[in-house]
Write a protein that binds this ligand. Structure first.
Ligand SMILES: [Zn+2]
Length: 168
């Protein structure tokens, strides 16, 4: 299954699996901290999961970990008490986790294996989604269509996702 495939037009993303970034940049527990720092810089990410040879999630190394802790390897500085979600976790739950636990990203784990990562940006991107009323043309932003159209009061079933791709 190609997880990077965009959602079909008009379909709402409901779960972590639908908005997660994949493939995930990862490091091994024995990787030197310099290698981890290089990866964060070159990929412009602020944290990276640490996985073992079987793909199991061991922890996360963030920029903060690199600054705050001293050690030679990823295993030395990683945060091990990592909250993860499954591919089927509702996006609303992911959003609450990111806010309540003040974390920037949450790994998505299926059957003990890391399959993706959902960052704050992935959830924020949903809020920029635009819905267009098929009755009056009103556009509304949000991760879900509005209950009723603010202009013509058409029901939420009359809203379709604005198609961003040109030529449609
Ligand atoms: Zn309308």
């Amino acid at each position: 299954m190609d997880r990077s495939q965009p959602r079909p037009r008009g379909q709402v993303a409901e779960t972590a699996g639908e908005i997660m970034s994949t493939p995930v940049h990862t490091v091994s527990p024995g990787d030197p901290v310099g290698t981890v720092a290089d990866l964060l810089r070159s990929k412009e990410i602020s944290g990276v999961p640490v996985i073992d040879a079987a793909g199991a999630l061991l922890g996360l190394v963030s920029e903060y970990d690199l600054l705050a802790k001293s050690g030679a390897t990823a295993a030395d500085v990683m945060t091990t008490s990592v909250i993860s979600v499954s591919a089927g976790t509702p996006i609303a739950d992911v959003r609450h986790l990111l806010v309540d636990r003040r974390i920037r990203r949450v790994p998505v784990v299926v059957n003990g294996e890391l399959v993706g990562i959902v960052s704050r940006g992935d959830v924020v991107a949903l809020l920029a989604t635009e819905w267009v009323c098929q009755v009056c043309g009103e556009a509304v932003r949000g991760d879900h269509p509005p209950e009723v159209c603010p202009r013509c009061h058409a029901g939420s079933n009359r809203f379709v996702l604005e198609d961003q791709s040109p030529g449609f």
